[in-house]
Design a protein around this ligand. Structure first.
Ligand SMILES: *Cc1c(COP(=O)(O)O)cnc(C)c1O
Length: 372
């Protein structure tokens, strides 16, 4: 018998990769704490605490077309999105989460060894996906206040001949916006700017999406995961220049956006007053979080234009704080890496969830936050 390695020939770079360990699942957490999942206050993944819209839920219940392949051109959804975003449907392509669109872009642009520019700390998926396409990633770190090092990006772009610059605004994990003038300046570079606006609905600013038709090198990625509460169904979309979208259509898997997700997304766009009222409640709660968290000496919150608040943790480890909060049934995300030493990120939940969080923080830090 030939040895197994000679019959099953996994790509050597992937075979050498370490196994990815996602954060502990809620079920595991709940089990460890001896509480049902429903009692956990889940503030670790920027999900929508109000869930999906009533019309989206109804559309799922009423779905009668699960046995038919979905429309590969998603014409109805793109027509509705055209209204919502304010660009003609020909600039729009929807997929299974913006995750899929990011991978499509790498497939379209990257030949082995090509360079992409990344500005960490930022969303992990950009650097996670790149090696699978043999892309070279050049990191131009953000400053301590999470603003972009624009000169550094320009220098790296020109020296490396990079094809793509990936930007996130509001940025995950801190929630800062990239100023419009900065994006405009970076659009002058000889590369394509991919602007991830997953949280734009929470920002109180306008999306750059409407600029795409006049900008041959601007791509805007958006999603239903956060503001519309459809994270579990995977619906994302992009606004692309025509010169780029033509080629994306050639390589996209025709049925990646499934019929249920498509129906729920369309129903969401038909339920905007409800969803935008939820967005309003969430941003109000984020502001309350920023205010209240600043009263705890153990935390230094960063200003956010999104649906989460990043905090530097002082006087204890972020990991210990995360564990202590989990023991109180509150799940948050923590960071302890070279460029993110001792931070936690807390998603904005309902007012009741904030109350539970604040009570847990008071208990853990052994005092009030200067208010209670
Ligand atoms: C949550 C999030 C997304 C959403 O991705 P989907 O695949 O659409 O769920 C995209 N970008 C950032 C920065 C995010 O935090």
């Amino acid at each position: 018998m030939t040895p197994i390695q000679e019959r099953v020939r996994i790509r050597s770079d992937i075979a050498a990769m370490e196994v990815y360990s996602p954060t502990t699942s809620l079920e595991v957490f709940a089990q460890q704490l001896g509480r049902p999942v429903e009692q956990l206050v889940k503030l670790d993944a920027n999900e929508n605490p109000y869930g999906s819209s009533p019309r989206a839920r109804q559309a799922l219940a009423d779905l009668r077309t699960a046995h038919i392949y979905p429309d590969p051109e998603t014409r109805h959804l793109r027509a509705a999105l055209s209204q919502y975003v304010g660009v003609p449907a020909e600039y729009l392509l929807a997929g299974a989460g913006s995750d899929e669109l990011l991978i499509l872009l790498l497939q379209l642009f990257i030949e082995p060894g090509d360079t992409i520019l990344n500005c960490p700390p930022t969303f992990g998926m950009y650097s996670f996906d790149a090696p699978l396409f043999h892309a070279r990633v050049i990191n131009i770190p953000r400053r301590a206040d999470f603003s972009l090092d624009v000169d550094g990006i320009e220098r790296a772009a020109l020296e490396s001949n990079a094809k793509l610059l990936i930007l996130c605004s509001p940025n995950n994990p801190d929630g800062s916006l990239i100023p419009l003038e900065t994006v405009e300046r970076l659009l002058k570079l000889p590369l394509v700017v991919v602007l991830d606006e997953a949280y734009i609905e929470f920002s109180g600013t306008e999306s750059m999406a409407r600029r795409v038709p006049e900008m041959p090198n601007l791509i805007v990625l958006r999603t239903f995961s956060k503001w519309a509460g459809l994270a579990g169904l995977r619906v994302g979309y992009g606004i692309f220049p025509l010169e780029i979208i033509t080629h994306l259509w050639k390589i996209k898997q025709p049925y990646s956006l499934n019929e249920a997700a498509d129906a729920a997304a369309r129903a969401s766009l038909n339920d905007l007053p409800v969803l935008l009222a939820n967005v309003q409640k969430i941003t109000t709660e984020r502001k309350r979080l920023e205010r209240e968290l600043a009263g705890f000496p153990v935390l230094t919150p960063y200003p956010s234009r999104s649906n989460f608040v990043l905090c530097q943790v002082n006087g204890m480890t972020a990991k210990a704080l995360r564990q202590a909060l989990a023991a109180e049934g509150v799940v948050v995300r923590y960071y302890d890496k070279a460029d993110m030493r001792n931070f936690i990120r807390i998603s904005a939940g309902t007012p009741q969830q904030t109350d539970v969080l604040l009570a847990a923080l008071r208990k853990i830090t052994g005092g009030d936050n200067g208010r209670a």
